[in-house]
Design a binder for this molecule. Structure first.
Ligand SMILES: [Zn+2]
Length: 335
């Protein structure tokens, strides 16, 4: 059922339903919460509730014509505005033509005699021109037309858009609630706290992380960093071990391990994020300057990968060569 919101969303779900049942819905609502907290599911569930023709007080029925059309992706009063995709590439912005199409949709009357729902995901993909094209519509969308805007990054949202929306009080779930949901879904439930910490408290992100290549590759990459740092292994030999791992995932592992090691070196009283990797302590013993320089190199490697045509293998080879040089200078050797 589409109305199946996550346990930590029950409070806001009840509030949304109270507003709807009292016919006091704002015409534009902003769902602002970190990635991986399930706000799209909340917005989808609420859209379903609005479009259902025979709802209960707090759920869509899943059976009526409205529910069926929505499930089939053909509901005439439901519109999702997102950046266009071209193969694997997702555009970074919502284009002005797309915004104009929404304005046109909002100016029509509902075909099913109920609400019309427009989801904008993510709303921070609206640039100045596409936002300007729809400001007036966002302010006065017409009767029973409701905008649900989603963002992971409220600060990246244009002020003109933000000021026209009612901000929903979404927040990160309590750690207890998040862990209770996460543990039964993991093949190793004891990893729940580490995963949730690395995902900065976002439960869906933590679950996705458990299966991501970089998380699975952390230990081998850490072993190789220590081996190269101590001179036991040549940097290009280390690089060879990971040619089958996606380059972005490799760099993500570097960043996360180095970031944690820097924190351990500078503020040992803070909890270790990779708490299941005891050998991270060895990385943390390396000079902080060396770790920070390499972290910066990893950020730069990521930029080169995203924005240039430099071969991924070259970028990664250079990162390993940098690490070998940096750890050998000025007695930064791994002990
Ligand atoms: Zn229904």
């Amino acid at each position: 059922m589409l109305t199946d919101v996550y346990p930590w969303q029950q409070g806001i779900w009840a509030s949304l339903n109270r507003l709807l049942n009292a016919e006091r819905l704002p015409h534009a609502m902003l769902f602002a919460a970190p990635a991986g907290t399930g706000k799209r599911r909340l917005a989808d569930a609420f859209a379903a509730r609005m479009l259902c023709q025979t709802p209960s007080l707090d759920a869509a029925c899943g059976q009526c014509r409205g529910c069926q059309l929505l499930a089939a992706g053909t509901h005439p009063d439901y519109y999702v505005l997102s950046p266009e995709t071209d193969g694997d590439k997702v555009s970074k912005v919502i284009k002005i033509d797309q915004a104009r199409a929404v304005v046109s949709f909002a100016s029509q009357t509902a075909q099913m005699q109920g609400y019309r729902v427009i989801i904008i995901d993510p709303a921070d993909a609206l640039n100045t021109s596409s936002a300007n094209a729809m400001l007036k519509t966002l302010e006065e969308p017409g009767q029973r037309c409701v905008f649900l805007l989603l963002t992971d990054q409220p600060t990246a949202l244009l002020a003109t858009i933000r000021s026209r929306c009612q901000l929903l009080p979404l927040s990160l779930p309590d750690e207890e609630d998040a862990l209770a949901w996460l543990r039964p879904q993991l093949s190793v439930p004891a990893m729940a706290e580490t995963l949730l910490g690395l995902a900065r408290g976002a439960p869906l992100a933590a679950l996705a992380l458990s299966e991501s290549p970089w998380f699975v590759q952390r230990q081998p990459i850490l072993d190789a960093l220590l081996a190269v740092g101590s001179g036991a292994e040549q940097p290009l030999t280390a690089a060879q071990q990971f040619t089958k791992v996606n380059p972005i995932e490799q760099i993500t592992a570097w960043q996360s391990l180095l970031d944690d090691a820097v924190q351990q070196g500078l503020a040992p009283e803070l909890p270790v994020r990779h708490s299941d990797l005891p050998s991270l302590q060895k990385l943390a013993e390396i000079n902080a300057q060396c770790l920070l320089e390499t972290l910066w190199q990893a950020v730069e490697a990521r930029r080169l990968l995203d924005d240039t045509n430099v071969a991924a293998a070259t970028i990664l080879d250079n990162l390993w060569l940098h690490w070998a040089r940096a750890t050998r200078q000025g007695g930064h050797h791994v002990r």
